[in-house]
Design a binder for this molecule. Structure first.
Ligand code: ADP
Ligand code: MG
Length: 349
């Protein structure tokens, strides 16, 4: 479906491993004082000067986490960084460095890796992080990417999943459900394309949700905003598996219950219209969709005036005593128990 704009194919073996690493990484410039030594030695050297360091890593495997028939490599490089930065922001920390390791089969020419790294570079520039290392190896089949992200925060700034208290407000950034529906549209078009390769899909009405799937952003702005508003969340998590399972993580780790209000869940108009088209409930999509990379957090009721009316934030519920359980309060005012269904199990329905 994605046209090959880069018909040149240079074999990776022509450069050799060191030539390849050098070629792919020479454009990256160090931005942070905390990066004492980046790429080029046996290990990177970092100095966070008394701050706490947060570290997180994620694996992306071809045909498990991404499908190259509709995922351009540049987007994939970008997204592989974003999903890790999102975890750093979910700790209320500032992302500062990444490493990236790739295993590639010989079906990928140099130009493919250049595209991947163009996306990595864009993410590093947009989010102000240094690429400080990685590893490069071959794979028998397919492409595997693992990114590790590092960040810094003062000890008292760090927000864990386990600090929510009964009566805290449950807040989410942005809107949810778009990335999952974007994937459904792309999967549908892939099937159409298989039958009729001449068919040029008209995806205009899906641009937002497709972008949410192919080029997600991490909410770097939210920890910054909360700091400015002088609000420290009591617990926080990023939404990678769907609102429902992330709420359950917060509740279980904090030993609280919650009431989530269906009519408060923020949905983009394209999520509403595309849910109708696919004949699924937009609430189900929001609860089980995943890959939105929004931040979900709880705040003390005392902080309500500070976030009230903020266009980036929606209050979607509140925490309760653990014994009250975890519930969705529907528009019809009935209570349904929340269930953890990541988008994998959702897919199998
Ligand atoms: P080693 O043999 O010690 O693992 P490498 O030759 O793999 O060393 O790596 C040399 C340098 O290049 C190191 O700084 C390493 O972190 C970096 N590096 C290796 N592969 C990549 C990659 N795919 N992307 C970015 N940096 C890389
Ligand atoms: Mg190595």
């Amino acid at each position: 479906m994605i046209e090959d704009k880069n018909p040149q194919r240079t074999s990776i073996s022509e450069l050799g491993e060191f030539g390849l690493i050098d070629h792919l990484t020479k454009q990256f410039k160090i931005k942070h004082e905390s990066t004492v030594k980046g790429i080029g030695d046996d290990a990177a050297v970092l100095d966070f000067k008394g701050k706490k360091t947060v570290v997180t890593t994620d694996f992306l495997v071809e045909n498990v986490h991404f499908d190259l028939s509709y995922m351009p490599l540049k987007h994939l490089g970008y997204k592989s960084v974003i999903v890790n930065l999102s975890d750093v922001y979910a700790m209320n920390a500032k992302a500062t460095q990444i490493t990236i390791s790739v295993a590639v089969s010989n079906r990928f020419p140099l130009e493919a890796l250049e595209e991947l790294y163009a996306g990595v570079k864009l993410a590093c520039d947009m989010y102000n992080v240094d690429l400080v290392g990685g590893d490069t190896t071959s794979s028998n089949k397919g492409l595997l990417i693992t990114v590790t992200a590092l960040g810094e925060a003062d000890e008292e700034e760090i927000v864990y999943r386990n600090g929510a208290k009964p009566n805290d407000l449950l807040v989410v950034s942005g809107d949810v459900g778009g990335a999952y529906l974007g994937l459904q549209v792309l999967e549908r078009e892939k099937e159409v394309f298989k039958v009729n390769p001449q068919n040029q899909p008209d995806l205009d009405q899906y641009t937002y949700i497709i972008e949410r799937q192919l080029k997600p952003e991490a909410r770097k702005d939210i920890p910054e905003l909360l700091k400015k508003l002088e609000v420290k969340p009591t617990s926080m998590i990023d939404i990678s598996d769907g609102l429902s399972s992330e709420i359950i993580h917060l509740c279980k780790q904090s030993k609280v219950g919650c009431n989530l209000y269906e009519d408060k869940i923020p949905l983009d108009p394209q999520v509403i219209s595309t849910s109708e088209e696919f004949n699924i409930s937009s609430t189900t999509v929001a609860l089980s969709g995943g890959e939105d990379y929004e931040l979900l957090f709880t705040i003390s009721q005392d902080d309500f005036p500070k976030i009230k009316g903020n266009p980036h934030l929606s209050i979607i519920g509140h925490m309760t005593q653990e014994s009250e359980g975890m519930h969705l309060v529907t528009r019809a005012n009935t209570k349904i128990q929340l269930q953890a269904r990541g988008w994998n199990s959702f897919n199998q329905e």
